[in-house]
Design a protein around this ligand. Structure first.
Ligand code: PEP
Ligand code: MN
Length: 338
């Protein structure tokens, strides 16, 4: 059960609620997010929620049977919107394309890619400066200086930035230069990182773990929400299975399931999902049809020369073709539905 509390209820009003909960042996966890005040309640016995609904300090009360609570669709009818400012909003009914290189490599690289984004009316640029690499000898990113350089160029063109944060100590130094923090697949269950991201007032996109279930992804999102940050986005990026004909098994099924289970926006990452450049377009389009609220794709002007993930980066030509087709599908599927 989730109880939404009024922000400024009196001690007396609050006592009345606590008394009722204790009487019914209901355990509670109090959660204050940046915008709301909740009591997440673990109810083990039948309980008539109408007893609570009438109390003065209670704004609303909902029965939630899912094991995750705050990210569940069961209590929040309206889907969550992520407003990045300047008219850039990630929300149901739209399809937000985010694009950029796997890694930020140089000023010249960023300049060329930003230009391409502007041409294609893309408002959010991806690009890692802290890179989780399988080998310690691979390129591991330009770090905070790379992020500052990316920020300067993106701001000049009103482009928002999504980039991966790998550890708690990076959050503060990155914060001024980031619009969306990305939690990578290797960190989906780094609960200390998730707790710390719960304390900031910035959107977070959390990816599904390498071998993570849908339930585990939702529980990880619950960590961030319950630590105080409601500005969350879920990302399907493929999972490791016995199949090795492609990089990961992109789980298209996860998209409608996540949308059904949670009120959070769902973004597809077909680049890491299939990991093969020539098929990224098809999987992106399939994601749109499956109900994703957007996609994040890797692009590079010379994919074969990219410092990381070159095999899955779209060339500019391929990217333009993708944007065109996405726009056609948006007209066909999203505008028709609304
Ligand atoms: C990335 O986005 O470049 C990345 C490392 O993704 P993932 O965490 O999904 O592997
Ligand atoms: Mn990558």
């Amino acid at each position: 059960m989730i109880i939404q509390l009024h922000k400024n209820c009196t001690a007396k009003e609050r006592n009345a609620l606590d008394y009722l909960l204790v009487q019914n042996k209901i355990k509670t966890v109090e959660i204050n997010t940046q915008s709301n005040h909740y009591l997440v309640c673990i109810v083990t016995k039948e309980f008539d929620i109408r007893h609570i609904g009438n109390l003065a300090c209670v704004k609303d009360v909902h029965r939630v049977t899912d094991s995750y609570k705050l990210v569940s669709r069961q209590w929040k009818v309206n889907p969550t919107k992520i407003d990045l400012g300047d008219g850039v909003v990630i929300q149901e009914g739209d399809f937000t394309l985010m694009a950029g290189p796997c890694s930020i490599e140089s000023e010249a690289q960023v300049e060329r890619i930003v230009k391409e984004l502007v041409k294609n009316n893309i408002k959010i640029m991806r690009g890692g400066v802290y890179k989780p690499r399988s080998s310690p000898y691979s390129f591991r990113g330009l770090g905070i200086d790379g992020l500052k350089m990316l920020y300067a160029q993106c701001r000049a063109h009103s482009i928002k930035i999504i980039t991966e944060v790998m550890q708690v100590t990076q959050i503060r130094e990155m914060s001024d230069y980031v619009d969306i923090f990305q939690v990578g697949a290797r960190n989906t269950q780094n609960f200390n990182l998730l707790d710390a991201l719960g304390e900031i007032d910035k959107p977070v996109m959390i990816k599904r773990g390498i071998s993570g279930t849908i339930d585990e992804l939702l529980q990880s999102a619950e960590y961030i929400f319950s630590a105080g940050n409601e500005k969350l986005i879920l990302c399907e990026r493929g999972i490791r299975t016995f199949e090795n004909a492609y990089r990961n098994t992109f789980d298209i099924n996860a998209i409608p399931i996540l949308k059904e289970k949670s009120h959070l926006p769902v973004i597809a990452d077909p680049s890491h999902g299939i990991g093969i450049r020539k098929h990224v377009e098809k999987i992106t389009l399939a994601s749109l049809v499956a109900g994703a609220d957007g996609a994040i794709v890797e692009i590079h002007y010379e994919p074969e020369k990219a410092y990381s993930d070159g095999q899955q980066n779209l060339s500019f030509e391929e990217f333009r073709s993708l944007v065109k087709k996405v726009n056609v599908l948006v007209e066909l599927f999203l505008k028709m539905e609304s």
